[in-house]
Design a binder for this molecule. Structure first.
Ligand SMILES: [Zn+2]
Length: 278
């Protein structure tokens, strides 16, 4: 079984405008081709024609049992009304996590403006995913996206479950330490490449993940994700097939950790329609 904890229905190519339904179609085709059982769809901090709102993504995916939504929260969308909307989604399990985009937006995760979002994650016991490391856009500001910023948030909120996205790449060593030190911090391996891994980069990243585990990051704290459509699912599946770690550890990374953290049903897809495509 495979759960991809990090995909998007965003259209990153402005010249080639397609809508939510087409993006959803592309996602389900890619999941089926690569035999991915379930995926989390992360919404953006922006809403525009290429980046659908959380409400629209929740609506478009509500009957698809294989897909789950994580709500992206913008730093300027934390008013009581915004928080109420998120609370509604969390209450009826329309979303299973929250995501903030430090770096893409200039704030530190400990900024008091984010406290209502942190509070929701704690109250509903859902993971807070945090963008870290390189920003796809040159407009991003790296001092905000450094993984070391997560340590203070983790210490001050011991019950908050935090996922450092992208292993904080290229600050993987710093991520290792923050994940190792704080029992409430996890990391996903998504977004390490744009498109496909080259052989050399694949070897380099295999070594980083192996080192992370040797250093003491438990395999229980590493999650499989791709950042599709920025990275291809084909390349990521191959990357994991060729990663030399014990099979039990790989199983944890590929789906057990995501199922546990996001409380996903990996038995029967209760209530929701199974696409029956894969
Ligand atoms: Zn992403």
């Amino acid at each position: 079984m495979i759960i991809d904890c990090h995909t998007h229905l965003n259209n990153y190519h402005d010249e080639q405008v397609y809508g939510l339904q087409e993006a959803l179609q592309n996602l389900t085709v890619s999941l089926r081709r690569n035999r991915i059982d379930q995926a989390l769809v992360l919404t953006s901090y922006k809403i525009n024609p290429g980046r659908p709102s959380t409400a629209d993504v929740v609506d478009a995916t509500k009957d698809i049992g294989e897909l789950h939504v994580v709500a992206g929260v913008s730093v300027d969308k934390t008013s009581p009304d915004d928080i109420e909307e998120l609370r509604g989604f969390l209450t009826n399990r329309s979303i299973c996590g929250l995501k903030i985009y430090q770096g893409y937006q200039p704030f530190f995760p400990t900024d008091s403006v984010m406290l209502p979002v942190v509070g929701l994650a704690e109250e509903f016991d859902v993971p807070l995913m945090i963008h870290t490391g390189d920003t796809y856009s040159p407009q991003g500001k790296l001092k905000y996206s450094h993984p070391l910023n997560i340590d203070e948030l983790a210490v001050d909120h011991p019950d908050l479950k935090i996922i450092i996205c992208h292993m904080g790449n290229p600050w993987i060593r710093d991520t290792m330490e923050v994940v190792y030190k704080n029992k409430n911090v996890y990391t996903d391996i998504s977004g390490l490449v744009l498109g496909n891994f080259s052989d050399r980069f694949e070897g380099f990243m295999h070594k980083q993940i192996q080192e992370m585990i040797i250093y003491g990051v438990e395999p229980d704290k590493v999650l499989y994700g791709t950042d599709w459509p920025l990275a291809t699912m084909e390349s990521y599946v191959e990357f994991m097939e060729e990663l030399r770690i014990p099979p039990r550890d790989k199983q944890k990374i590929m789906y057990l950790n995501s199922a546990r953290l996001f409380k996903l049903d990996i038995g029967e897809l209760s209530g929701k329609r199974h696409l029956g495509l894969w």
